[in-house]
Design a protein around this ligand. Structure first.
Ligand SMILES: *Cc1c(COP(=O)(O)O)cnc(C)c1O
Length: 386
């Protein structure tokens, strides 16, 4: 089976992990700060806070901006549940903004309309969490403009988009946001096994995330209430968690980051071959907005509505699995999960996301996907769409 995504680990990665295993510190050593500053340099952000997953980092971001009961957060329905769960952890209420039918990202026009309507009803969001779906950046400068007009915080779920850019601005630079989150799960562009990172240019947010990541405990003399104390002394100032990344994971991350350019380059080459070879089929292919460079975390094909009446996506899905092509769906819209339905969401609320989810398939794309495997993917899709 050719999976839709997989990690690429070389001898350098393995050596980096082994070296850390043989060192004095498996956690809270020098590797995490080293990884954080390497990512900051790479994406042009001032501060980074590594965490044991992107889900934890999203939660840290929500805590840093002080989300709490009574607050409202909006995200896109077409995402992994973590983009929305993080707000629920803080007791906030979640709502969604539907996606654009071409880019499959949160639609800035729909966002504006929903903001106008919500202003009348006094239901404006405290934070909006746009997701750079599949690695394609959202039209972030427009969302940013709206954030100034309607006074909301932006937390980018950039789990798919390390290595992407918009108008040459790297994803994660936070030029048009307050905080951005990367994921280092093995199917993402670079991996630490499990891991995530929050990027920000706001020092106060960075300090808060750092505190919340480690129990709310500090030894920083600028923060401590008492002074002139022995080195063992620390104070807990807020109710934090243990969301720390280990040095073993960070060592892998540092080594993986060196390969990011090559990973993104290859993913773009594969995408471009798919664009050419699949264009005659009854499919909507990824539509990359002007100014965007995608990391191509995912390559999604969407069966055209006219064709899906003849043959359903699920039938195509089964046939491709049968042929050894590990296609997948990203995503079942968040609001349609049983947990969210219990919160009051239902069918037909976000029609573009729902239509997308009825017809989309993520096909294999990753650095080590060979030319022959690509050919097999292409031929199998042609076969299934006959
Ligand atoms: C992968 C992913 C996450 C969660 O990442 P983890 O590191 O697995 O916690 C969050 N949001 C999106 C959009 C993702 O794809």
């Amino acid at each position: 089976m050719i999976n839709y995504g997989r990690q690429f680990i070389d001898d350098e990665d393995i050596q980096a992990v082994v070296d850390t295993l043989k060192s004095d510190f498996l956690t809270q050593g020098s590797k995490v700060p080293e990884f954080e500053s390497a990512v900051c340099d790479r994406v042009n952000a001032k501060f980074a806070v590594a965490a044991n997953s992107a889900t934890s980092a999203l939660h840290l971001a929500c805590l840093a901006v002080d989300l709490k009961e009574g607050d409202i957060v909006w995200t896109a329905p077409n995402t992994f549940v973590a983009s929305s769960n993080c707000a629920l952890y803080c007791g906030a209420k979640v709502d969604f903004v539907d996606i654009d039918k071409d880019t499959w990202n949160m639609c800035p026009d729909k966002l504006r309309i929903k903001l106008e309507e919500s202003k009348q009803k006094n239901l404006l969001p405290k934070a909006v969490i746009p997701v750079h779906f599949s690695g394609q950046p959202t039209i972030q400068e427009e969302i940013y403009k709206l954030s100034k007009e309607y006074n909301f915080i932006i937390i980018e779920d950039a789990s798919h988009s390390i290595g992407s850019s918009r108008n040459n601005e790297p994803s994660g630079s936070c030029k048009w946001s307050d905080i951005a989150i990367f994921s280092f799960h093995p199917v993402k562009m670079i991996t630490t096994g499990e891991g995530g990172m929050a990027l920000t240019n706001n020092e106060e947010y960075a300090k808060k995330m750092d505190l919340f990541r480690s129990h709310g405990i500090s030894r920083d003399s600028n923060i401590l209430e008492k002074n002139d104390l022995p080195k063992y002394y620390y104070e807990q100032h807020s109710l934090g968690y243990n969301y720390r990344m280990t040095d073993i994971h960070a060592a892998l991350g540092i080594s993986q980051l060196r390969k990011l350019d090559k990973f993104i380059d290859t993913r773009n080459k594969i995408a471009s071959r798919y664009n050419t070879e699949l264009k005659e089929l009854p499919l909507d292919l990824p539509c990359i907005a002007e100014g965007n460079k995608s990391s191509y975390h995912l390559y999604v094909i969407k069966v055209k509505d006219t064709f899906s009446k003849q043959k359903s996506r699920d039938k195509i899905y089964s046939e491709l699995i049968e042929m050894g092509i590990g296609v997948n769906l990203h995503y079942l819209p968040v609001h349609l999960h049983p947990y969210y339905r219990k919160l009051g969401f239902c069918d037909n609320q976000y029609p573009v996301s729902e239509n997308y989810a009825d017809n989309a398939l993520s096909i294999p794309i990753f650095y080590s996907l060979t030319k022959d495997q690509q050919t097999k993917v292409i031929d199998s899709i042609k076969q299934a769409l006959k």
